[in-house]
Ligand binder design. Structure first.
Ligand code: TMP
Length: 227
């Protein structure tokens, strides 16, 4: 059986990277997940991110997030660089991992392109959808976890972490449009999507994510867990 792709999304500072690691740890302790691993049904659990999940992606991430000062990146060039990162990531890492039956936990995916380049930069949503389709070879996540957090709260958290990258430095209105993008995606495509309140304590967020994933896991692997 093909593995599962679980994606974490949200605005800057929403806590997704921390929560992705928390989920990794909670799955390692889940009896059902362990049983599936012991039977060889889910050989591995891979954690990765976009941009930057592959060697090529590390270079692209640097190009995308470094502060260019006076040298701006045109929105369409930015879109294509994120798409290139994703195409490589899918081909080199995500698809082979899923085909082996393993799980992939990914920090950001196609929703980020819709939210940031579509809603944030104002690029055509139809074009983004087509490009996402090309970059992913049609693969869609089995579950997208959206950590919903107020933009200003998130940016304040990101600021406390230290130096701001090129995207984080964008104006507040940009980040508010990005939030609107995530909001619209959650409303328009509720299937295989979970909205979690990111303003709760980190433990409460982790517990909520754990419950959602356990429910999906029980459903996906019903035939294997029943015996
Ligand atoms: P992060 O992984 O630390 O959140 O940083 C990635 C940055 O790249 C973040 O500002 C969101 C942005 N991004 C896009 O604008 N479009 C995309 O398609 C992806 C994957 C990320």
């Amino acid at each position: 059986m093909r593995g599962k792709l679980i994606v974490f999304e949200g605005v800057e500072g929403c806590g997704k990277s921390t929560q992705l690691q928390q989920l990794r740890e909670s799955l390692a302790q889940s009896a059902a997940f362990q049983a599936l691993q012991n039977q060889g049904i889910i050989p591995e659990l891979l954690t990765t991110r976009e941009p930057g999940g592959t060697d090529l992606g590390i270079g692209l991430r640097r190009l995308l997030l470094e502060d260019y000062g006076e040298v701006a990146i045109a929105p369409r060039a930015e879109l294509l660089l994120y798409a290139a990162d994703r195409a490589q990531h899918i081909e080199e890492m995500i698809l082979p991992t899923l085909e082996a039956g393993s799980w992939v936990l990914c920090d950001r995916f196609t929703d980020s392109t819709v939210a940031y380049q579509g809603y944030g930069r104002g690029l055509d949503l139809g074009l983004i959808q087509e490009l996402n389709q090309v970059a992913t070879a049609g693969l869609v996540p089995d579950l997208t976890i959206w950590l919903k957090l107020d933009v200003e709260q998130g940016l304040a958290r990101a600021q406390r972490r230290g130096a701001q990258d090129r995207m984080e430095q964008a104006e507040l209105a940009f980040h508010q449009r990005v939030q609107q993008g995530f909001e619209t995606l959650a409303q328009q495509f509720p299937d295989q999507r979970a909205t979690i309140d990111g303003a709760q304590s980190a433990d409460a967020v982790a517990a909520a994510i754990h419950t959602v994933v356990q429910d999906y896991l029980a459903e996906w692997y019903k035939p294997f867990l029943a015996i």
